[in-house]
Structure formats: structure tokens, C-alpha cells
Design a protein around this ligand. Structure first.
Ligand code: FNR
Length: 417
């Protein structure tokens, strides 16, 4: 019986070869950021209100002119073809059938033209590789194919160190060693499906259908990103894309302000599910300062760590307009293909509606900070503009205003206790 996302995770673990499960489930280095994503959600509490009219619960939201039936969409994930050869299209169909958006990754294993759902909200996620012409042709194709929004992922100037992948020797070209061969034999259905299609490839990276040049595939694999991509580069993207442009991977309020200055249409607070900088704060912890910096001028979205309908409610109450789901729908895809992904979407939708009702809130749009018990959520106080949360050295602490110093000290004391 699958009652929650942990049950789907267990099912995915049983069905996938170890190296594929670890690729999805794993995170960077000690995986402490991934754990923080969860534990910080658990530290947020919602104080329910009673005796309100709850005859109709409306979980839907409006964003960039589209109605989402739920306040969540599916986050971009690369290599979905390793979970299932048709993985990208299955997730896109599950999303469209549920009335929620699907964000297709640059590192997808199906072409964007084939994945787009005519009745869905289709978004495209962009990685800018060193060879910028690859990004240019992809943006052009996404526009021609009718994708609604472009999500520029900015937290991968270099790949995070995913130690599980290294230990499992998961790299392309795919040359399984004895341990992996033994593991593959224990998953004959998965193996047969992969053999039938010749394994996943970065087929989306080239303009025309056909073989992917080795150099392009290798650049995508090693995540050979353009390190010269800066805020100023957004002007280049703007010339190529006139629809909604979102930046994914922000955690610092000053970056949120820069996003505003550079005219983006939305920001996604994200630490890539803990897969990049292991020392990064949780997304839910970083959200309030970013919401304050943005001050309602553009929508703020969040991902990383969402496993329950109540997590969605907490993010919305702290100011996110919507959230994206990464691993949870992949666990569903692994455990039951398209139907499995839909079950996970239904599960989160059911949980979210129940949470709204239990909180005495009739619609997603009504969730606000008033619904939270702030006292039980010791997030760090807002940083003065220009300050970096990276280092908290004593000289800087002394330079802060006394009131703020007290707040930091109390917060840290809270966290230690
Ligand atoms: C990702 N993520 C990601 N992000 C992105 O912008 N482009 C990508 O290609 C990928 N690929 C990818 C693969 C896998 C297997 C995972 C798990 C994640 C990050 C993703 O969009 C999202 O930020 C996180 O997955 C959110 O965290 P949760 O929901 O997985 O905890």
C-alpha cells in the first residue's frame, strides 16, 4: 500500500537498479543540505483556524495568465529516460492530465517538440553550456513549439559532487562493471526496456533529429557550463525569448533584487534538491528573505524538499506563489510509469486540500504568514543588503546593529537547543 511519498520512494528503490535510484535520490557530498530541506520544513508549524466556511476548497492558482489546478508543477529533471525510456513524455502527460505545469529539462532524453502537451502548461528549463549556440537553438525551438515560460537554471556553474554517483561508477559512456551487471540482472524489466531503445541520449541538444555530436553530448554530461554567464547575460536571453523568464536556484535576497533589476518575470528559490552546494541553506529557510526582497513585484516559486501537501501549504504561507516537485514525481514514475506519476500528483493534491481544510483556509490564494506560528520557526533574520550569509565571522557580527545581533544570537541559541 502506498500512502505517502516515502512509500513511493521505497517502491522506486525496489524497481530501479541501484545506480539509477541513487542518481535520483542522492545529493551532494554529505547530503546535509538535502536533509536540511526536510528538517526545516518540519520546523515550520501552521496554526489552524476554526469555524470558517469550508464548503468549497479551491487549490488553484493563476500564474502568467494560466490557471494551475494545483499550486505545484513538476520540476525539470535530466536523464528521466533512465527511469523510463518515455519518462519525459510520461511526466508531461501526467502533469497535463492533472492541470499542472511540466518543466522540461535541457538534459531531457526526448526532444522538446515531442514532449510538449497541446492541452498542458509547458515550460522549458535552460542550461547554458560553454557553446552558447546550443542554448540559442534550444530557446528558438522552445518558442516555436509553444512553450509558455523559460526557466534559466543558475545554480550549476559546475556540477555538485554527488558521491553516490561516483561510488556507483555512474557515468557515460555507460560501461557497467561486475557489481552493476549483477544489479542489472536483478532488474530484467528495466534492462529490457533500456535495451529496446538503446539507452537514453541527450537527443534534445541538437537542432535536427539525428545523432548527437560526441562533443555536445560530452559537454552536457560533464555539465560544461558557460562560467561567463552573468546577470548581464540576461539581456542576451531576452533578445531570444519574449515570454515569461524565470531564474531558478536563488537563495540570497540580493540576488533576488538583482533579478528584479534585470527584468526577470519570476524567481525560483531552490538549492537543486541539495544536489549542488551541500553547505547551502534549505529553500524554505531562504524563502522569507527573498519574498521580502521581491516585495510582490514578481512571483516567487520554491522547490527542494517537498514531500507532503503540508510542505506546499507552508511554502505558500511563507510567500511562495507555487512550488515545484522534483524527486517525488520521479519516485512515482519509477514505481508505475505515467500512472505512478499521476498517483503522486493526486496524493499531493489530496494532502494539500486536506491541509487547507484543516487549517480553515478555503483557497490556496488565502494562505499567508498569518497562518504560521512564526515563533516556532527560527529562521535567520533578514540580512542587511550587501551582507553575505556565507560567513558569520565575529568582526562582521559586531558591526551589525545591536537589535539584529541579539536576534542572530537568539536564533543560533534556539538552533543549538
Ligand atoms: C534535478 N534538478 C534539475 N534542475 C534543473 O534545473 N535541471 C535539471 O536537469 C535537473 N536535473 C535533476 C535531476 C534529478 C534526478 C533531480 C532529483 C533533480 C533539480 C530539480 O529541478 C529540483 O530543483 C529539485 O529536484 C527539487 O528538490 P526535490 O523536490 O527533489 O527535493
Amino acid at each position: 500500500m502506498k500512502l505517502n511519498i516515502s512509500d513511493y520512494r521505497r517502491s522506486a528503490k525496489a524497481r530501479l537498479p541501484r545506480f539509477v535510484f541513487d542518481y535520483i535520490d542522492g545529493a551532494a557530498e554529505d547530503e546535509s543540505c538535502a536533509r536540511r530541506n526536510r528538517s526545516d520544513f518540519e520546523r515550520v508549524s501552521i496554526v489552524p483556524r476554526m469555524l470558517r466556511d469550508l464548503t468549497r476548497i479551491d487549490p488553484s492558482i493563476e500564474l502568467f495568465g494560466d490557471t494551475w489546478r494545483q499550486p505545484f508543477g513538476i520540476a525539470p529533471t535530466g536523464f528521466n529516460g533512465f527511469v523510463h525510456p518515455q519518462g519525459d513524455a510520461m511526466l508531461a502527460r501526467a502533469a497535463a492530465a492533472s492541470g499542472i505545469p511540466f518543466v522540461l529539462s535541457t538534459a531531457s532524453n526526448m526532444r522538446l517538440e515531442a514532449v510538449r502537451q497541446p492541452d498542458g502548461v509547458n515550460w522549458f528549463q535552460l542550461y547554458v553550456l560553454t557553446e552558447r549556440s546550443v542554448a540559442e537553438q534550444m530557446v528558438r525551438r522552445a518558442k516555436n513549439a509553444g512553450y509558455r515560460a523559460l526557466v534559466l537554471t543558475v545554480d550549476v556553474p559546475v556540477s555538485g559532487m554527488r558521491e553516490r554517483d561516483v561510488r556507483n561508477r555512474f557515468r557515460l559512456p555507460f560501461r557497467p562493471g561486475p557489481a552493476m551487471l549483477f544489479d542489472l540482472c536483478r532488474h530484467p524489466l528495466w534492462l529490457a526496456r533500456q535495451i529496446a531503445v538503446g539507452g537514453p541520449g541527450f537527443v534534445n541538444l541538437v537542432e535536427q533529429e539525428g545523432p548527437v555530436p560526441a562533443a555536445v553530448g560530452a559537454a552536457a554530461l560533464t555539465r560544461d557550463m558557460d562560467r561567463n554567464l552573468t546577470w548581464e547575460s540576461l539581456a542576451w536571453l531576452r533578445r531570444l525569448w519574449d515570454g515569461p523568464l524565470l531564474v531558478k536556484g536563488l537563495l540570497h535576497p540580493d540576488d533576488a533584487r538583482l533579478a528584479l533589476t534585470h527584468g526577470v518575470d519570476g524567481v525560483i528559490v531552490s538549492n537543486h534538491g541539495g544536489r549542488q552546494l551541500d553547505a547551502a541553506p534549505s529553500s524554505i529557510g531562504a524563502l522569507p528573505t527573498i519574498v521580502d526582497a521581491i516585495a510582490d513585484r514578481i512571483p516567487v516559486l520554491l522547490d527542494s524538499g517537498i514531500r507532503r501537501g503540508s510542505d506546499i501549504a507552508k511554502a505558500l504561507a511563507l510567500g511562495a506563489r507555487a512550488v515545484l516537485i522534483g524527486r517525488a514525481t520521479l519516485y512515482g514514475l519509477a514505481s508505475g510509469g505515467e500512472a505512478g506519476a499521476r498517483s503522486v500528483i493526486d496524493l499531493l493534491a489530496t494532502e494539500f486540500a486536506r491541509v487547507l481544510t484543516l487549517c480553515g483556509v478555503a483557497s490556496a490564494a488565502e494562505l499567508d504568514r498569518g497562518a504560521l506560528s512564526d515563533a516556532r520557526f527560527p529562521i535567520l533574520p533578514p540580512l542587511p543588503s550587501g551582507a553575505s550569509p556565507v560567513l558569520d565571522d565575529p568582526s562582521r557580527r559586531a558591526a551589525r546593529a545591536p537589535a539584529q545581533r541579539d536576534a542572530v544570537t537568539e536564533t543560533l541559541a534556539d538552533e543549538r537547543s
